[in-house]
Design a protein around this ligand. Structure first.
Ligand SMILES: [Zn+2]
Length: 248
């Protein structure tokens, strides 16, 4: 018997009574656990296996499949259900996680990022736009897709007032060096560059602790989404749904 803490990223009903849940754990990454008689169990065990439940799962392994034995809830994130946009954004995060952590074994940082983001989302402590940017960019950095934000690729300048991020080589060039360069590169200002550097490099305990001026937030948000979609080379239905709620 094995006991692991993790958060439920999705649930799929099987037959009349059973379901499978995808759980993101620190030690084993993403695991799938069969929950027998899921429709019959109620109360604490039922809420502990639902979407976005962070719980302590105790399971047996039979024929290479994991079967739930018992479960204890740690935190359920009930607050997410008070806002359709917050719930939809969390579903998008869960979708990206299922896709990008499938082969990840040490998921400690990714799990911590997700739990922290859900905490801020549930309590409404930061705007959805900034939480979405933080989650998208930091997740990419933690799963091996760190953007090169050190300095201009060509001349080495560290803080150009205006810069162009290229989705061809995932680095940036200052305005002068980009003059005859990549016409599809994404234009950013030094304010957005500073925010991006913070998101991908800051210690976890300082990660959510920064401000972006309103006029930079839109470009930061749009850059983060483009960066993630370009790295993962796919779209997410849950993202389209979230954007439709926001009239985009
Ligand atoms: Zn340059």
């Amino acid at each position: 018997m094995t006991t692991l803490e993790g958060i439920v990223l999705s649930e799929r009903t099987v037959g009349e009574q059973d379901k499978f849940i995808d759980v993101l754990t620190k030690e084993k990454g993403l695991i799938e656990i069969a929950v027998k008689g899921a429709r019959k169990i109620n109360g604490k065990s039922s809420s502990a296996t639902q979407l976005f439940a962070y719980s302590k799962f105790c399971y047996d392994v039979r024929k290479e499949k994991l079967h739930l034995n018992s479960v204890e809830p740690i935190h359920i994130f009930y607050g997410l259900r008070n806002s359709l946009t917050a719930l939809s954004l969390a579903s998008y995060f869960a979708d990206i996680l299922r896709f990008s952590t499938a082969s990840l074994t040490d998921s400690g940082n990714v799990l911590r990022l997700f739990l922290n983001t859900l905490h801020f989302l549930e309590k409404g402590l930061r705007s959805e736009a900034i939480l979405k940017s933080i989650f998208e960019l930091r997740l990419m950095a933690e799963t091996g897709f760190m953007p090169d934000v050190v300095c201009c690729r060509d001349c080495g300048v560290f803080e150009p007032q205006e810069l162009y991020f290229s989705f061809k080589d995932y680095g940036f060039r200052c305005a002068e060096c980009n003059l005859s360069g990549d016409i599809d590169a994404y234009r950013l200002t030094v304010t957005e560059l500073t925010a991006i550097r913070h998101i991908v490099l800051a210690d976890f305990n300082r990660l959510f602790n920064f401000r972006v001026p309103e006029n930079s937030l839109y470009r930061l948000a749009s850059f983060s989404e483009l960066y993630l979609l370009s790295q993962l080379e796919r779209n997410f239905y849950t993202l389209d749904f979230y954007k439709s709620l926001n009239g985009k």
